[in-house]
Design a protein around this ligand. Sequence first.
Ligand code: FSX
Ligand code: SF4
Ligand code: F3S
Length: 381
Amino acid sequence: MGKLLTSTESLEMSLSNELEAQGVSRRSFLKFCTAITAAMGLPATMVARVADAITSPTRTPVIWLHFQECTGCTESLLRATHPTVEELVLDMISLDYSETLCAAAGHQVEKSLNDSAKLNEGKYILVVEGSIPMKEDGIYCKIADRTALDILNDYGSRAAAIVAIGSCASWGGVQSASPNPTGATGVNEIIKDKPVINLPGCPASPYNLLSTILYYLTLGKLPQLDSKGRPKFAYGRLIHEHCERRPHFDAGRFALEFGDDNHREGYCLYKLGCKGPETYNNCSSILFGDVGSGAWPVGTGHPCFGCSEEGVGFTKHIHEQADVFTDSPPASYAQISGDKPGGVSIAGAAVAGAVGGVILGASAVAAKKMKSEETAPESDA
Ligand code: FSX
Ligand code: SF4
Ligand code: F3S
């Protein structure tokens, strides 16, 4: 992709043709724009502007740094489809430096990094993947003989804004798990004089990166952030709120062991340690995972382990039961063992009805809606 074209119209046509060549019709593209507009919490009237932002010939320069991490965030972006999120992201930006994707190496690639930072000073977006080791003067992560800390301070100070992609860059992630041997730290603990947008998740959802960049390109400003620096449109709701298994939670139907009958029935994974009730992310509404319908951790039968939530993922034990903030049955709520969906006992139905009736209804509608929509993210606004 990435032909040099003279007008927006021809670029739009080119994008359309190229998407079609990849099996993505213009109709699918517009459907995708509609879905991503809703995911950003923007009204449907903004769909055309979002499509324009995607097809705009102006590309925002991006420098993408890697520190302590597994490259899962980049991989997750590159492996995404519906429709080819990585193509859309790479079409919207000018990715001037990325250690994973660059063809050059050694001094050549260092030169292109420095040239881009100089040329686009104050204008580029710095994407940081990975945590920054602070112990022993940062010696645990060095690139081209410079510590991650030095590199971050250098390119961070010259950026327009910084996107910390993944839990590692957002708050330290897996490397910061006790005893945190390298002193792994998130970007916003270090950079205090620049906007830092956190997109936690291990890996981060590529849709959250796409929609954050798109929001910026469409409206020319950064999205509203919560107290942890996360875009509210993506991290404003608990996973538990939109989970397809939520009606089972509300009715007290839980898997008790991996592979037991209740697990096979698709019951709630709370008692297996699901951290959906205390993890803010949109995995349950956009079915992040992208290897088929319903493929997100809980959709595949694995409890959410709170990978995106500081103080939960890599902190709480996998099997530990989550704190429940929502108005729902407590963990001690009697299990309705063996009940099939719709076959709740009278006592169970009474309790579930009393404490979770409204939520149950809302969740059932949400679950049905999600199933009927291939890839459409829901608005978190
Ligand atoms: Fe890996 Fe990204 Fe986890 Fe971290 O991810 S998927 S270790 S959040 O920085 O590559
Ligand atoms: Fe879904 Fe987990 Fe909540 Fe159960 S506890 S409804 S599996 S998010
Ligand atoms: Fe992570 Fe839980 Fe989503 S484990 S990917 S936050 S469902």
